[in-house]
Design a protein around this ligand. Sequence first.
Ligand SMILES: Nc1ncnc2c1ncn2[C@@H]1O[C@H](COP(=O)(O)OP(=O)(O)OP(=O)(O)O)[C@@H](O)[C@H]1O
Length: 254
Amino acid sequence: MTELLTLDKVTVRFGGVTALDAVSLTVHEGQICALIGPNGAGKTTAFNAISRLVKPASGRITFGGGNLLSTHPADLAGLGIARTFQNLALWPGMSVLENVMVGRHARGRVGFAASVLGWPAAREDRALRARAYAMLDYFEITDVAHRECTGLPYGTLKRVELARALISDPRLLLLDEPAGGLTHGDVRELGELLLRLREERGITLLLVEHHMQFVMSISDYVFALDFGRNLVAGTPAELRDSPELVEAYLGTPV
Ligand SMILES: Nc1ncnc2c1ncn2[C@@H]1O[C@H](COP(=O)(O)OP(=O)(O)OP(=O)(O)O)[C@@H](O)[C@H]1O
């Protein structure tokens, strides 16, 4: 298996707080991996370091063999990394279609404003719209293409966010708590959707998630953090009875 993303002894500090303390992990191409751990374990900080939103004090992050830490955050989409956020980061006043089109903007040449306002109907703009519609179709949300995001059901908004992340054709998709706030049925559908994405599009997924049943049902490999450090790592089967994990979650069965 080819290594796609590697964190090698990554340390991130916020003033006196060491949010990540020499954390290492490797995600291979085509895998679905999860980052788990109790609140404050450092999961989001790890995501933010990979997304270049926070700067590690030390350590290396490589993606596809290249040094990710020398990449500008704005160039991540071009490199093949997309992410979703813990709290949906959609533009409430814009339509679903426009929100999805934003995701491709980083890779296109036509200005986004020109594009959504329908200025010179460049070929690229038409292609972008067609692509956005295709993403909506994939996620079965074409019926709300022209609705504003405000007021749409949470499960639908999560799909919009996924469509927006995927329109840039990423090799790696980072999902921050994709199952958070979803109903039981929505979580099951999301699991099927992510497995299908990997199967049909060969996308590698790394997710931060608290929903243990969900994590264990879709992940190939799981990394657990605690207090900013690597705690345990393994397949769901290997971790199911991990005493370290049970203890980290204060006795909550996983
Ligand atoms: N911007 C920041 N400034 C100061 N401290 C921060 C900042 N971001 C995170 N921290 C601290 O770093 C540690 C790790 O936080 P992080 O949000 O990465 O954990 P997490 O595992 O994602 O938690 P949760 O599951 O609650 O989202 C915590 O102690 C947190 O308070």
